[in-house]
Design a protein around this ligand. Structure first.
Ligand code: ADP
Ligand code: MG
Length: 389
């Protein structure tokens, strides 16, 4: 789960991590007022669920409140496209107005999960700012990593090693050590899957400051944090993904035109690969889960059809716990409800498959049934057409 930079900074502040003074604004007038309160010279920062805003014109340095107002009028409602948003971009609905800070040095610092060692690791680099992805590819030796043993936690010597590798000495080094220790405390308490500060800066006045902040919460831990859903800004999430979340369905919108409904994440990914292999382009990832009800299947189907790009639907179900007749009933009920005339190919096998097939055969839908995966993939790609992404 994502939150905005200003929310991440509020959390960091409560853990004693120094962040610039700032106010969030929902209107251009609020931006102007905030700029005045901050003394005129400030930075106007578009709040979207993605980084790379600086290069996309989403971070503006302004010298007085009139300029801040002007920047806000330009940014509100604008779609920002950055390397992290995808081609459709994200709309700016909130703006963070911050004091403009003189920057002497910029570093990269983050804590994230290393899936290979199944541990948190702290990552630091003296070359922070906006080019960290390029640095990771071109000069990986400039990136320092400390892996955290979950039984003993992050030790101060590890934090100190990182601070020294950033070239910090004396008071700044010790400040950086406590900053890293505080970040780790925050990571554990808040169940973060990512806590990234890029850049962490040394200011002109020689203080450390977290200039940008990105926090992702681990979705599996949301049940431990009743306050998290309130932090969500739904304007930043695809509406179909919001509906899917309400029905506990794993749905991710993709760029193609073949809607996919599959049970099991592994089979769903294999299905996307198969479609791509045969020249098709999947419109989504959707895992209906193992023991879905007719209603849930119907809801999943409606979500797939809610995407205007979808020109045909491929259902790939292996009926283990899931019964094929339940899938058939769900598909029929949803497709009839929304008057779906698109071609549907259903590849099913397993529990009660003959009953499922009978239901589909008897329905008025434009549906083709098969037991065979390759045949199913070939049919839907044939009907919808090849598509180059
Ligand atoms: P993004 O990572 O999305 O591009 P950042 O918050 O990192 O956004 O901002 C981009 C750049 O703008 C930073 O690397 C920093 O140089 C500058 N910047 C951001 N906030 C401030 C600020 N409060 N004062 C001065 N410069 C800032
Ligand atoms: Mg940044």
């Amino acid at each position: 789960m994502n939150i905005h930079e200003y929310q991440a900074k509020d959390i960091l502040r409560s853990y004693g991590v120094p962040v610039p003074r700032g106010r969030v604004a929902l209107t251009a007038d609020q931006v102007e007022r905030a700029a005045r309160e901050l003394g005129g010279k400030c930075v106007v920062k578009a709040q979207i669920y993605a980084g790379g805003r600086g290069k996309a014109g989403g971070v503006r340095l302004t010298s007085n409140q009139e300029e801040a107002l002007h920047a806000a009028k330009d940014l509100f409602g604008k779609t920002l496209v950055t390397p992290q948003t995808g081609p459709d971009g994200l709309i700016v609905r909130r703006i963070l107005v911050e004091e403009a800070v003189e920057i002497a040095r910029e570093f990269y610092l983050s804590i994230t999960l290393d899936r290979q060692s199944s541990r948190y690791c702290v990552i630091a680099s003296a070359e922070g700012g906006m080019e960290i992805e390029a640095l990771a590819e071109q000069s990986p030796e400039k990136i320092f990593i400390e892996t955290i043993d979950p039984y003993i936690g992050l030790r101060p010597y590890q934090a100190r090693k990182l601070a020294l590798s950033l070239g910090l000495k004396g008071r700044l080094c010790e400040e950086c050590v406590s900053l890293i220790m505080n970040l780790y405390r925050c990571c554990l308490d808040k169940d973060c899957s990512l806590l990234e500060i890029n850049p962490l800066v040394v200011t002109g006045a020689d203080w450390l400051l977290a200039m940008d902040a990105k926090i992702n919460f681990d979705d599996n831990a949301l049940f431990r944090h009743a306050e998290y859903p309130e932090l969500t800004d739904y304007s930043q999430i695809d509406p179909l993904e919001i509906t899917a979340g309400e029905f506990d369905l794993s749905y991710i919108k993709l760029k193609g035109n073949i809607g996919c409904m599959v049970n099991g994440a592994g089979l769903a990914m294999a299905t996307l690969d198969m479609l791509a292999e045969y020249g098709g382009a999947p419109a989504n990832f959707l895992d209906v889960g193992g023991g879905a009800t007719k209603e849930r299947v119907a809801e999943a189907f409606k979500i797939i059809l809610g995407d205007p790009e979808v020109k045909g639907v491929f259902v790939n179900i292996f009926g283990g716990i899931m019964r094929c007749d339940v899938i058939a009933e769900g598909v029929i009920s949803a497709a009839s409800e929304v008057d779906c005339t698109l071609p549907i190919v259903v590849r099913m096998d397993g529990t009660l498959v003959e009953e499922g097939k009978r239901l589909l055969d008897e329905s008025p839908l434009n549906v083709k049934f098969t037991h065979d995966l390759v045949e199913g993939v070939e049919s839907i790609v044939g009907m919808v057409g090849l598509m180059q992404l």
